[in-house]
Design a protein around this ligand. Structure first.
Ligand code: ZN
Length: 581
């Protein structure tokens, strides 16, 4: 209860401060008194939020935006030490908020094999072989990014890898992280044979003769993954620094780190204390059936250290938890209401399955909701989405906690009758436009079938129903972390080379304004920070991105060609025209 009151108070205070500093009298007063530190002029500044209006210039003092308006007016704030950047008519917007990302995993992966957007198996093998040649000392050859579509039957096999490397183990994750691809050496080290049984959530895939094929689904990946040496803390910090440089170059100024751990939080904390953190981070702790009351107590203690009242609340937060409720469509592990369309009649699990029993999940949701956590639930199939909505509804009835802003992650298929429940229950729809890139959806579409396809990644239906839609990349479980690629998918539902010509389930497209809102203001709302970021207005934190072309004016099929030319974070320029800071 205490948490709830302090949380509401904090939200209230943010709103008040935004309103008071936003009033004209207050800003004009301070305008005369204090020159700004940084001024952006002659731009087309999209203010974001619910507004569809634009300004020309922005003045920033310290960490905050102090004034927004016409260039001539803002220029009055130029003092001796003011840095002025002329935007030359370019579009500016609030910094991107990637609301679901596995940043550490993505950052560590930057030094591994990257199979994203390989068109066929031969191209994958070429990249793997090249990497192995370049890294002769690497004991394990690891990487990620393969897609299901290029493989006959939708899954890779060890034979492709054995043909190039026999003496070193290889383990490669699918682009979504839900399946793995191992060579014979890796299987041998893991002790995976014909006889190996796996009872957990997932599968050791076997051929007709019972021989493991090298494909591992979901939890079965752990059998191999646990053997890969854990990188040192220093290596992780270094990877995060590298990742933050990439994020800065893409205009990402805030992230919600889905599936975090106390250890991950401590890495961000170290970067924060060293003054190196160039993104606002909120960490969701992973929870599941093995979560103990002691774990919850530990997360709650960390939450009270990293919540709204903490000193660094705008930089680092940890007041949410994340469940994994099902798998993915492509490997038939997502939980669906009607059987998968492409499975033979005698298939053993034609509906996929929940990653944990519904009653255990529901009880944990009530407990965590009562403890004041915001809850994320990964639910991809329509059955899992329904269970998540049921659990949130049940918690609302039990604890009467309003404004909990619980979220469902991914929602790739949804039953039309569940769509209105999002708005009704105040549950956020947290989705990745890049996952609907038609270049990756062949296997997906076959598994789902024509009927359910109408509600594939149903962004438009959800928006129309009044649901709050928030966008993210899910990197590295995505073909790209670049928000621009996400915007391209959201607006076009076509690949960058225009396929299919009319768009994939085109009625679920959204406008560029809605897509940008889902990548900015909605992200801020999803971490209870809409009063301090996600829009360009006096009193808001100064996180701003500038683009090479005007996303509102160009042909939507050219969105993917857009580059970020300037990123301002916390009032400072952290990236400019190819120069990384
Ligand atoms: Zn994820």
């Amino acid at each position: 209860m205490k948490t709830k009151i302090s949380l509401l108070l904090a939200v209230g205070l943010f709103c008040l401060s935004a309103i008071s500093s936003g009033s004209k009298a207050a800003t004009q007063e301070s305008a005369k008194d204090a020159p700004a530190d940084l001024i952006l002029t002659n731009g087309r500044v999209w203010l974001g939020g619910d507004s569809s209006s634009f300004a020309e210039a922005v003045a920033i003092s310290g960490r905050s935006i102090v004034r927004v308006g016409k260039t001539a007016e803002i220029k009055q704030l130029i003092g001796e030490r003011t840095r002025v950047i002329d935007l030359g008519g370019k579009l500016a917007a609030p910094g991107f908020n990637d609301a679901h990302i596995h940043f550490l995993g993505g950052a560590l992966g930057l030094g591994e094999i990257d199979l994203t957007e390989t068109k066929n198996v031969a191209e994958m093998i070429e990249r793997i072989a090249a990497y192995a040649r370049k890294n002769p000392d690497k004991q394990w050859i690891t990487g990620r990014g393969w897609e299901y579509t290029p493989f006959p039957g939708g899954l890779p096999t060890k034979s492709y890898l054995d043909a190039i490397i026999k003496d070193r183990p290889i383990f490669l994750s699918a682009y979504d992280g839900h399946s793995g691809w191992a060579n014979s050496k890796a299987l041998e080290l893991a002790g995976i044979t014909r006889e190996t049984k796996f009872d957990g959530y997932g599968e050791i895939v076997r051929d007709a003769a019972g021989e493991p094929t090298g494909a591992l689904k979901e939890g079965a990946q752990r059998l191999v993954r646990r053997l890969i040496p854990e990188p040192s803390r220093e290596r992780k910090l270094e990877a995060l620094r590298q990742g933050m440089k990439l994020a800065a170059s893409l205009g990402i100024t805030s992230i919600q780190n889905a599936s975090g751990s106390p250890e991950e939080l401590s890495l961000y904390d170290e970067l924060l204390k060293r003054g190196e953190l160039t993104m606002r981070v909120s960490v969701a702790f992973s929870v599941g059936p093995r979560t103990t009351p002691q774990d919850i107590a530990r997360f709650a203690a960390l939450k009270s250290q990293y919540d709204f009242n903490s000193q660094n609340q705008t930089m680092l937060r940890a007041d949410s938890v994340k469940f994994l409720l099902d798998g993915v469509i492509e490997s038939h592990t997502a939980a669906v209401i009607e059987r998968y369309s492409d499975l033979p009649p005698n298939h053993g699990a034609p509906f996929g399955e929940l990653a944990l029993p519904a009653d255990i999940y529901r009880d944990l949701v009530v407990k965590l909701d009562k403890a004041g956590f915001q809850i994320y639930t990964h639910a991809i199939g329509d059955r899992a989405v329904r269970e998540a909505l049921n659990a949130y509804e049940n918690a609302l009835n039990a604890n009467k906690r309003l404004n909990a802003r619980h979220r469902i992650e991914h929602i790739e298929v949804v039953s039309p009758e569940d769509i209105p429940r999002f708005a009704k229950l105040g549950v956020m729809a947290s989705m990745e436009p890049i996952h609907a890139d038609p270049g990756t959806t062949d296997v997906w579409s076959k598994a789902v079938g024509a009927e359910r396809l109408k509600f594939a990644f149903a962004w438009q239906s959800l928006l129309k129903s009044g649901a709050r839609l928030v966008y993210s990349s899910d990197w590295p479980a995505a073909i790209s972390v670049d928000p621009i690629r996400g915007l391209h998918s959201a607006v076009n539902r076509r690949t960058v080379d225009g396929k299919p010509p009319r768009g994939w389930v085109a009625e679920q497209r959204v406008s560029i304004g809605d897509a940008l809102r889902a990548y900015t203001q909605a992200g801020a709302y999803s971490s209870f920070e809409e009063g301090i970021k996600g829009r360009i207005a006096p009193g808001m934190l100064a996180d701003i991105v500038v683009f090479s072309q005007d996303l509102f004016k160009i042909d939507p099929m050219r969105i993917h060609e857009t580059r970020v030319t300037l990123t301002v974070f916390d009032g400072k320029v952290i990236y400019q025209d190819g120069v990384k800071f």
